[in-house]
Design a protein around this ligand. Structure first.
Ligand SMILES: Nc1ncnc2c1ncn2[C@@H]1O[C@H](COP(=O)(O)OP(=O)(O)O)[C@@H](O)[C@H]1O
Ligand SMILES: [Mg+2]
Length: 268
């Protein structure tokens, strides 16, 4: 069997030399799949994504233990630009479009690492517009005056301009109406199916993410507490109770639940 596209092996991340945030996180991301990284606010999702795309340094964070491999190559010490060259790109939480630039100018900033000439960049732009017809309509509008959904699409579209193999999407649903979230996720699914782009999708919106992902990892306090095929997670009683808001009870800690420990053996 071929190794996964991305292999995160027991990483520990520390901020400011003292704040231990990730306590041995392992993930495997096979090529061409959509993998969801789930968990509440502060669980460590963004930190995991930053560790993969090497964006920790600017946050005074550091991978202090473990390894991250892309197709078998160790990548923990690479720069974010070197990751983009290898086809791995992160779409940051909160969308981050350049407010004063137009949608098209924003998209074009995503092509800065391309060395394959104007014609193929123009081709990619047309492809992005084909996936995101809304962006085409709004191509001349300043990003500041577009909707939250359009800005999220613009942020994803900009990442696509680099021709990535793998996109790390940080909470694309945040602050968007359910209908718009669905529209964004449908496009992600489409890109995955037609272009073979691999996605790692960090989400608090468990319900939505598990409808579109193939596989999911659930994080709590810097650890993975459960993982499995998306379908199995959707049907798991504890996941339903804690993350899908089905069934009663307070949302305590997932890992305190005895039945979780018992079931984990079954799922393993
Ligand atoms: N730059 C930083 N410096 C110090 N602590 C941080 C920094 N960024 C995040 N943290 C802490 O790391 C923990 C995990 O945060 P984060 O990875 O953003 O979680 P999530 O994305 O799941 O909400 C939180 O307790 C947060 O306060
Ligand atoms: Mg986050």
């Amino acid at each position: 069997m071929s190794p996964p596209l991305l292999n995160v092996n027991s990483i520990e991340v520390i901020y400011n030399h003292v704040i231990l945030v990730l306590k041995g996180v392992s993930l495997q991301i096979p090529e061409g799949r959509i993998v969801a990284l789930l968990g509440g606010n502060g669980a460590g999702k963004t930190t995991t994504l930053r560790a993969i795309s090497n964006l920790l340094e600017g946050e005074r964070g550091e991978v202090t233990k473990g390894t991250i491999e892309l197709r078998g190559e160790r990548i923990e010490k690479l720069t974010p630009a070197a990751m983009v060259e290898r086809g791995v790109i992160q779409v940051m939480e909160g969308r981050h479009c350049f407010a004063h630039l137009t949608i098209e100018e924003n998209l074009m900033t995503g092509a800065y690492t391309r060395r394959d000439g104007k014609a193929s960049v123009a081709q990619t732009l047309e492809k992005v517009y084909a996936y995101f017809p809304r962006l085409k309509t709004r191509r001349g509008s300043q990003a500041a005056y577009t909707s939250g959904g359009e800005q999220q699409m613009c942020a994803i579209g900009r990442a696509l301009m680099a021709n990535p193999k793998m996109v790390l999407l940080d909470e694309p649903s945040m602050g968007l109406a359910p209908q718009i979230v669905e529209e964004v996720f449908e496009i992600v699914k489409d890109l995955n199916a037609k272009e073979g782009t691999t996605f790692l999708l960090a989400e608090q919106n468990t319900n939505m993410a598990l409808r579109y992902a193939d596989y999911g990892y659930i994080m709590e306090s810097g650890r993975i507490v459960m993982d499995g095929e998306a379908k199995a997670l959707r049907e798991n009683e504890d996941v339903k109770e804690f993350y899908l808001g089905v069934g009663g009870g307070d949302r305590k800690s997932f890992k305190d639940v005895k039945s979780y420990k018992r079931r984990k053996r079954w799922l393993a």
